[in-house]
Design a protein around this ligand. Structure first.
Ligand code: SAM
Length: 414
């Protein structure tokens, strides 16, 4: 495999490329990296590779002639694609490494300054970004790609390291790893890993990969899809909890039935005084049986013998009365709570959240617990859920429907 890097800073590469598995692969001749400096293709005394932008503005722009001459020199070395490295490119993914590693030649074009003259962009074969951030130069991105590609070349990894099991290879994040000691600061290695039972181990790892991907990167799961048995694994493991909060006056049988249907463990009722609280208690005491969702419980003998729980027990039990919005908990079950407002008319300066993206971006372990909040002051919420499609001002949805729609949307992301 031959990798040509078009760069104004050839001295950037030898150090990092001499280390670790990549250093060994290069030393063994599995791949060769060559730098090509556009300055060598200039014809003026100052070896000019950049110029001021037309129309003004700060920064310098890389000139097309020297950069494209360097790319042409690289193209003469092989048939690989010329990949322009740029924050505006398509996001880099593992499948790109796989694709490039399957070829024999790759050209990486590293920018500097304000970036490239647009005519360079249209003359390269691909444009790739390594993330939604801006670096000072494309050399960092080139190193990332060189590592990811060389790692996949036959012989780079030892026999025991299997790239097919790593994150993304199967569209999932990898399962968790443990090594000795068995117990670290009271935190034990899961029993299944010590059992030596191969099938259980394989099933556990697959389930963990699914759960981890759902919690951290629901977008990957959406793109990849699930087999029926994987969907069953996730359904059995249950979704991360969702909470609901609203003024006590809004809480009725409909809201509670919806909360029950989505397995919401707590509905917070903000009662603004003793009267509010008494009215809520009266409503909870009179929950009509018709609102009970179909009970689906384990069909154990014990369960069959138990007297059916009353509807009021089922639905009202999840209500937690709060004195004010400041008392809304910030943690639930050891996880941080994110409060997302569901409003028909959010304030003009509302910041909207994309629930799936926000949960994934939170990146916290354990993942945060979303709480659908209705009727809270703006300073008590962390963001606004996008207004429900079709909920035009005249078309006021019942509060239970609002709660159901948002819980479903958040659930769908999970
Ligand atoms: C300061 S950046 C130019 C950014 C450019 N003005 C823009 O806003 O798109 C200089 C060079 O660093 C490289 N670079 C910066 N961020 C990158 C990223 N996220 N992915 C790939 N290359 C990046 C590119 O080669 C880019 O031409």
């Amino acid at each position: 495999m031959k990798i040509d890097v078009v760069t104004l800073f050839p001295e950037f590469f030898p150090g990092p490329l001499a280390t670790g598995l990549v250093g060994k692969a290069l030393a063994a001749g599995r791949a060769a990296v060559q730098t090509i400096d556009p300055r060598h293709f200039t014809h003026d005394r100052h070896r000019t590779v950049d110029d001021t932008p037309y129309g003004g503005g700060g920064g310098m722009v890389m000139k097309p002639e020297p950069v494209m001459a360097a790319v042409a020199a690289a193209r003469a070395q092989g048939a690989g694609p010329a990949v322009l490295l740029s924050p505006q490119g398509r996001p880099l993914a593992q499948r790109d490494f796989e694709r490039w590693a399957a070829g024999t030649h790759l050209i990486l074009v590293a920018g500097r300054y304000e970036g490239y003259d647009e005519r360079i962009r249209t003359r390269c074969d691909e444009e790739i970004s390594i993330g939604d951030f801006v670096l000072t130069g494309g050399e960092y991105a080139a190193l990332v790609i060189i590592d990811g590609v060389i790692r996949l070349l036959p012989g780079t990894l030892g026999n025991k390291d299997c790239p097919e099991q790593d994150s993304f290879a199967d569209g999932l994040l990898e399962y968790p790893h443990y090594t000795r000691p068995v117990v670290y600061e009271g935190d034990p290695v899961p029993e299944v890993l010590q059992s030596g039972h191969h099938q259980r181990l394989t099933e556990w790892r697959h389930a963990q990969a699914l759960l981890r991907t759902r919690a951290r990167r629901p977008d990957l799961l959406k793109r990849r899809g699930l087999t029926p048995s994987e969907a069953a694994i996730l359904a059995t493991a249950g979704s991360p909890p969702r909470l609901v909060a609203m003024p006590a006056a809004l809480i009725g049988p409909g809201v509670l039935a919806v909360a029950a249907a989505y397995g919401v463990p707590a509905v917070f009722a903000v009662a603004s005084g003793a009267d509010d609280r008494r009215e809520l208690e009266a409503r909870l005491a009179n929950l009509p049986a018709a609102t009970c969702p179909v009970r689906e419980g384990p069909r154990s003998r014990k369960h069959r013998r138990a007297p059916p729980a009353t509807v009021a027990d089922d639905l009202g039990a999840r209500v937690r009365v709060l004195e004010d919005w400041a008392s809304l908990p910030t943690r639930w079950d050891g996880r941080p709570v994110v409060r997302w407002a569901a409003e028909r008319r959010p304030p003009l300066d509302a910041v909207f959240v994309d629930p799936g993206a926000a949960l994934a971006a939170a990146g916290t372990e354990p993942a945060p617990v979303p709480c659908v909040v209705i009727g809270a002051p703006a300073d008590r919420v962390d963001g606004y859920l996008p207004v429900i499609r079709g909920a035009v001002p005249e078309n006021r949805l019942p509060v239970a429907s609002v709660v159901g729609i948002y819980l479903d949307r958040i659930q769908g992301e999970g």
